[in-house]
Design a protein around this ligand. Sequence first.
Ligand SMILES: CC(C)(COP(=O)(O)OP(=O)(O)OC[C@H]1O[C@@H](n2cnc3c(N)ncnc32)[C@H](O)[C@@H]1OP(=O)(O)O)[C@@H](O)C(=O)NCCC(=O)NCCS
Length: 174
Amino acid sequence: MMFIRKGSLADKEALFNLYLDVSKKQNGIARAPEEIDILFIDDVFNNIIKKEGLLFLGEERTTEKVIAAIHAHKYGIGIFDHVLTHLTILVHRDYQHQGLGTELFQRFLSEIEKHRPDIKRVELESRASNKKALRIYQKMGFKHEGVLHQKTRNIDGSFEDSYVFAWENKNFLY
Ligand SMILES: CC(C)(COP(=O)(O)OP(=O)(O)OC[C@H]1O[C@@H](n2cnc3c(N)ncnc32)[C@H](O)[C@@H]1OP(=O)(O)O)[C@@H](O)C(=O)NCCC(=O)NCCS
């Protein structure tokens, strides 16, 4: 039911709408709905274009509506040139728990294994309470590397740890 393809600048509005939908549920992506604006979406695309990132989108086959996205980019700093960072994955709330996040993630990592010999490491951060996200990262072979103590301040004022995860590209060449 989902067609996976690379994203392009023509997908700005679709990505904006997807972010807005997913941000409405707390404890998922870091940004609140009021922090999703076109400047933020421009930043996502600038990072992907200027920092050799990767963006894949999932479209519902019948409607061509963008219902899922995954992206990451380099730091733009020489010593970290083998690293893709700030990985974010999001699935529209109406389509979660149907295996689409898993499918999209597999496609993303397979692209890196096949076509990105420059990437040794893919890294991300997740808050400790985001059980769905933690499950999918572990399922994809990401290793838990450490804890960022009390990095998140939740809306109710409580503090929460973040976890750092990384995945290694077995086909890294240079
Ligand atoms: C995290 C997210 C991308 C997962 O996508 P998804 O399509 O819902 O995930 P899948 O259906 O492929 O399921 C992935 C795994 O999570 C598990 N899972 C699903 N719902 C769960 C829940 N409520 N609690 C714990 N695990 C859950 C599934 O069982 C599956 O594991 P399994 O294959 O061993 O059964 C999606 O839920 C999402 O967009 N969440 C909001 C944004 C977010 O938190 N992004 C990550 C931080 S950037």
